[in-house]
Design a protein around this ligand. Structure first.
Ligand code: PGA
Length: 327
């Protein structure tokens, strides 16, 4: 059979089996009906027994026909997989990755992008760090491949994959009176002067909802528009604040006191996000896979305690990728 059957015949046969009609198969393949009939006649002769039965306009498969239809689907599936893997190899040799990250993601996104670029030097990468409003505008216009966010947007239907822990911890100047205290209640913290990120920040929302859930309210002494400005204000003894552990990445551990507060760290995640319905590129898929297999960065823990506060840290204080974690 192998020497006489052509892929074209199998393709036509598969279409008839799937659509149940010669007419619809010829339309879907842009062929004339006589061509379709001729090819099926040849295929039937090669097999040596009828493959199709016709009742009026309706076509159904004989037992031999059903078996051939199954074999044909398997052959085509193998070919599709082969085509995709060739495309993937080509796609990762050359291509482009456009990423957009929300403010605080700038503490880890460039490093991860750098590592990915080293693995795939032929890929051009671009990273824009911006605020929530611009993220939504870019998503609505389908501009970037992937978005790195702390909170998936509610305004747009998205596919959101958690890629990394994002614990939020309470920070104070090293000499702060609460620096060595244990299990500080939230009520006590609410009495402190606070320095807060600007309204609309995901970090701020997470802190406010934790306090609100306990019937408490923080009255910020200062609102500041960036994590760096908040850290400077803490060091200037203007108040305490709570920020993502990732904002401490480049600091010496003793530069800030991480307070031991009941309810903290607030356990959040970073997400890689794209709009539902977007066919993400081979390069974007490879970057997503890279993120999922990437070890979690070690993050901060209360001053004087173990060196890691991330949910997936082991007793030695080292971290495993989020997706290797047993839940
Ligand atoms: P942000 O961080 O506070 O810079 O908005 C994003 C988030 O944590 O949701």
């Amino acid at each position: 059979m192998r020497h006489h059957t052509t892929f074209r015949q199998l393709e036509i046969f598969e279409a008839i089996a799937r659509l149940g009609s010669f007419t619809r198969a010829s339309e879907s393949l842009y062929l004339t009906q006589p061509t379709v009939s001729m090819q099926i006649k040849k295929l039937t002769e090669t097999v040596g027994s009828p493959l199709l039965e016709q009742f009026g306009k309706k076509v159904s498969l004989t037992e031999d026909g059903r078996e051939l239809a199954q074999a044909t689907r398997e052959i085509f599936a193998i070919l599709d997989r082969y085509t995709m893997s060739v495309a993937q190899r080509r796609g990762l040799q050359k291509g482009r990755l456009n990423l957009m990250a929300i403010t605080t993601a700038s503490y880890f996104a460039p490093r991860l992008l750098g590592e990915f670029s080293k693995l795939h030097p032929g890929i051009d990468v671009s990273l824009r760090v911006t605020n929530k409003e611009q993220v939504l505008a870019s998503m609505a216009d389908n501009l970037d491949d992937l978005y790195l966010l702390g909170t998936p947007p509610e305004e747009i239907d998205v596919v959101a994959t958690p890629i990394m822990d994002n614990p939020i911890v309470v920070l104070a100047a090293p000499g702060h009176p609460l620096a060595q205290a244990k299990n500080i209640p939230l009520e006590r913290l609410a009495q402190e002067p606070w320095v807060m990120r600007e309204a609309g920040s995901g970090t701020r929302k997470a802190i406010e909802s934790l306090f609100r859930a306990q019937g408490l309210e923080i009255r910020p002494r200062l609102d500041l528009g960036s994590n760096e400005a908040v850290k400077q204000a803490i060091l200037a003894d203007l108040g305490i604040s709570a920020l993502s552990c990732h904002t401490l990445a480049l600091h010496q551990p003793e530069q800030f006191a991480v307070l031991d507060v009941v309810g903290f760290p607030i356990r959040r995640h970073w997400y890689a996000v794209y709009p539902v319905g977007r066919q993400i590129s081979v390069v974007a898929r490879a970057f997503l896979d890279f993120l999922l297999g990437h070890p979690q960065p070690a993050v901060c823990a209360p001053t004087g305690g173990p060196s890691c506060c991330s949910a997936n840290c082991n007793a030695q204080g080292s971290c495993t990728p989020l997706h290797n974690k047993k839940s």
